[in-house]
Design a protein around this ligand. Structure first.
Ligand code: FAD
Length: 241
């Protein structure tokens, strides 16, 4: 979508990248809230106070991922998702991840749930850790962090290195590129006590017909939060019509 059309102080529809206009009395955006306000709607159509509130909020941490394909026999006994922690001091681990040195990761095997995702003799293995968006430079650090994740997994999964058939890293910049979320934020605004629940943007906005859903909005990021935000948004629209 290129932009959200506004006329006479209310939403009139959207304009697609190819220039096609689609008229609609209501538009729901789950795209990055600040991009919705500043790029899709435009600052002239929203009150300065609303834009100021959006500016004050901080984006969440991002993530670094290594996507692997390995020989099936290597992971046959492994569970679908396992968390590995270097420390039980989660505050310290979070600060370390923000600063660019992950100290934990999850190992997920999607082919345990859906074997059709890979050839018969392979498993997919996704190694994920949280990471600050400023932990770069990218793409320069990508290989180093990919290797570190694979080494950490190989220390716990015998034979992993020898059975590797494919390996590709994804940095915070990759998250940003594919989701368009600012700084590759994986939970929208950071999930701090000052930024969850009513402190996040509401589903209603000062612009008539424009509604928000998704992890930048109330109540907070993550799958469950996003589902709840969709319910809040639907309720707000039904209440207004
Ligand atoms: C690697 C990773 C692991 C995660 N793990 C977990 C987990 O284990 N548990 C959990 O609860 N949560 C997890 N999360 C967080 C969770 O996935 C997100 O909070 C949630 O998916 C956000 O959903 P959303 O609909 O708000 O936004 P998104 O899923 O980001 O959807 C927004 C969509 O808008 C599109 N878009 C943006 N701008 C435009 C435009 N101009 N025109 C058209 N389309 C546009 C984007 O392409 C995107 O498809 C994870 C996230 C990531 C990235």
């Amino acid at each position: 979508m290129r932009r959200i059309s506004v006329e006479d102080e209310r939403v009139r529809g959207i304009v697609l990248e190819n220039g096609q206009c689609i008229a609609a009395p209501v538009v729901i955006s789950n795209a990055d809230v600040r991009q919705t306000a500043l790029e899709l709607v435009g600052r002239d159509h929203l009150p300065a106070g609303y834009l100021r509130q959006l500016r004050r909020l901080q984006p969440s941490i991002s993530a670094f991922i290594a996507y692997l394909a390995v020989e099936r026999s290597t992971l046959s006994p492994a569970s679908h998702e396992t968390f590995f922690f270097e420390t039980t001091d989660h505050e310290a681990a979070y600060e370390s991840a923000l600063a660019g040195t992950p100290r934990w990761f999850t190992a997920t095997v999607p082919t345990h749930v859906d074997p059709s995702l890979a050839p018969e003799d392979e498993h997919l293995l996704v190694l994920t850790t949280l990471l600050g968006a400023d932990a770069g430079p990218w793409p320069e650090r990508k290989q180093e962090l990919t290797d570190a994740l694979v080494d950490a997994a190989a220390a716990r999964i015998p034979g992993l290195r020898d059975s590797l058939r494919f390996c590709e890293g994804a940095s915070p910049r990759t998250m940003e590129r594919y989701t368009r979320n600012e700084s590759g934020a994986i939970y929208g605004f950071a999930l701090t006590p000052a930024q969850v629940g009513p402190s996040r943007p509401a589903p209603t906005t000062p612009l008539r017909g424009l509604y928000l859903a998704g992890h930048w909005t109330q109540p907070g990021g993550g799958i469950t939060g996003v589902i709840t935000s969709g319910q809040h948004c639907a309720r707000a629209i039904l209440d207004a019509t």
